[in-house]
Design a protein around this ligand. Structure first.
Ligand SMILES: *Cc1c(COP(=O)(O)O)cnc(C)c1O
Length: 406
C-alpha cells in the first residue's frame, strides 16, 4: 500500500493498510501531534524556503524528485499531504498535484511524448484533451489516432505504429460513458513499449487503475474530491520511480503549481468524500432508474445499470459508480423540446463540471466531437449529475420538467 508518508509534518504513518477506505480518508495526511496538536494540517503558503546552512540547502537540491523543499514551486507540506492521500486512494506510490484537472491531463501527455511520437486517444475523451492533441501536440510533431473506446485488445494492436509511445484512456468516456477494457489494451501497449495514461476522474476509488495496467492515473480533483464546486485542482499518480521522474520533471519544467488554499480545501473535501460518494452512487442509480422507466427516454448511459451495453465489463473492473450519467431522449423529441424541459427544472443547475453537492443538467448533443465513432445513440443526449438533494425532490422536479416534453 503505497510509499511511507512524505509529508514532513506527519509524525506517523498516514494510515494502515489493514484499514478500510473510509478510515484512511479520515486519518490520511494528518499532521499527527506536531502542529500543536491541531487535528488538521495548516495551510502553508510560500515561495522562499529557508535552510539552516548552505550545506543543508545543497543537500535538499540533490533530492529534487524526493520532494525535499527548496522553493515554493516544488510544493510544500500542504501539497504533500494531499499527494499522499491521492496516491493512497489510487493505489499508487507517488502523486503530483496540478492547478486544474486539465493540467493533470496535459502535463503527463507532454511528459511521455516527444516530437515524432504517436499517441492513441479514445474518441470519447474529455474534449479539451482532444484540443491538446489537435493543437499543441500536433504543432510539436506528435501524431494522434483517435480510437473507438469499445475497441478490443486485438483491434487496438492494429492501430499501433512503431513510434506509438502512449495509449491514453478514459473510462467511462466523457458524455457517452463507454467502458474501456483497460487490462486488454494495457497488455498490448506494454508489449509495444508504450505507456498507459488514464483519466480516472469518474472512477475515483471505484476503479483501481494500477491493478488494471495503468501507468499514470489522472484525476480532476475539482469533481468529487473538492465536492463543493469551489476549487479547481488535478492530480497525476504513478506507481514506478522512473515514471515519477518523467512526470515530476515535466511538471516542474512547466512550472506547475496549485494554490495551497485550494489544496487544503481538497483535503477537507476528502474527509467526507466516502459518505458523499456512497450517497451519490445510490442517488445516481435511483434517478437513472427513474429515467429508464420513462417512455420519453430511449436509453440511459449509466454503466452501473444492467441495461448498459457494457455493464459486464463495468462489473468486472469497477467496485461502484458515481452520480454522473447520460440520458438519450426518444428521437421524437427535438433539441428545442429538450432544452425547454431542462430550462424548466428548478433543482438542476445548467452547467458543466460535476462531483459537487448540487445537481446539474446539460444538453450534450451538438457539443461533443467524435471522429472514430458516430457518436449517435438514437436520440438527443443530456448529461445529469446527481448531487446531495433528496432524490424525491429531484424526481418530482424531473416529473414536472418532463411534462414540458408532451
Ligand atoms: C472536469 C474534467 C477534467 C478537467 O478538470 P478541470 O479541473 O475542470 O480542469 C478532466 N477530465 C474529466 C473527465 C473531467 O470531467
Amino acid at each position: 500500500m503505497g510509499a511511507p508518508p512524505r509529508n514532513p509534518e506527519s509524525d506517523r504513518l498516514m494510515s494502515d493498510e489493514t484499514h478500510r477506505f473510509a478510515t484512511r480518508l479520515s486519518h490520511g495526511g494528518r499532521a499527527g501531534t506536531r502542529i500543536h496538536g491541531f487535528v488538521n494540517p495548516p495551510v502553508h503558503r510560500g515561495s522562499t524556503v529557508l535552510h539552516p546552512s548552505v550545506e543543508a540547502r545543497r543537500d535538499a537540491a540533490n533530492h529534487r524528485f524526493e520532494q525535499y523543499m527548496t522553493y515554493g514551486t516544488q510544493g510544500g507540506p500542504t501539497h504533500y499531504a494531499l499527494e499522499d492521500m491521492i496516491a493512497e486512494i489510487e493505489g499508487g506510490t507517488r502523486c503530483t498535484i496540478f492547478g486544474t484537472g486539465l493540467a493533470a491531463v496535459a502535463v503527463p501527455l507532454l511528459a511521455f511524448l516527444k516530437t515524432g511520437d504517436h499517441c492513441l486517444i479514445p474518441d470519447s475523451c474529455y474534449g479539451p484533451a482532444r484540443n491538446l492533441a489537435e493543437g499543441l501536440m500536433k504543432g510539436f510533431g506528435i501524431t494522434t489516432t483517435f480510437y473507438d473506446p469499445k475497441i478490443s485488445g486485438e483491434e487496438v494492436a492494429t492501430l499501433f505504429q512503431p513510434n506509438t509511445r502512449v495509449l491514453y484512456a478514459e473510462s467511462p468516456g466523457s458524455h457517452t460513458f463507454e467502458i474501456q477494457d483497460i487490462p486488454a489494451l494495457a497488455a498490448v501497449a506494454h508489449a509495444r513499449g508504450a505507456k498507459v495514461l488514464m483519466d480516472n476522474t469518474w472512477g475515483i476509488h471505484h476503479y483501481q487503475p494500477f491493478r488494471h495496467g495503468v501507468d499514470v492515473s489522472i484525476q480532476a480533483l475539482t469533481k468529487y474530491v473538492g465536492g463543493h464546486s469551489d476549487i479547481l485542482l488535478g492530480s497525476a499518480t504513478v506507481n514506478d520511480e522512473a515514471d515519477w521522474k518523467t512526470l515530476r520533471g515535466a511538471s516542474s519544467q512547466l512550472g506547475q503549481y496549485a494554490s495551497p488554499d485550494d489544496v487544503w480545501l481538497a483535503i477537507r473535501g476528502l474527509r467526507t468524500m466516502h459518505v458523499r460518494l456512497k450517497h451519490q452512487e445510490a442517488a445516481g442509480l435511483e434517478v437513472a432508474r427513474w429515467f429508464e422507466s420513462r417512455r420519453e427516454v430511449l436509453q440511459v448511459l449509466h454503466p452501473g445499470l444492467p441495461s448498459h451495453s457494457q455493464h459486464e465489463l463495468f462489473a468486472r473492473d469497477f467496485t461502484g459508480s458515481c452520480s454522473l450519467f447520460g440520458v438519450v431522449f426518444d428521437p421524437r423529441y427535438s433539441q428545442a423540446q429538450i432544452d425547454t424541459c431542462i430550462n424548466s427544472l428548478k433543482l438542476f443547475g445548467i452547467g458543466a463540471s460535476w462531483g459537487g453537492y448540487e445537481s446539474l443538467a446539460l444538453p450534450t448533443s451538438g457539443n461533443i466531437t467524435r471522429t472514430a465513432t458516430t457518436g449517435e445513440f438514437g436520440g438527443k443526449i443530456a448529461r445529469f449529475h446527481i448531487g446531495l438533494e433528496d432524490t424525491r425532490d429531484l424526481i418530482a422536479d424531473l416529473e414536472h420538467g418532463f411534462a414540458h416534453l408532451n
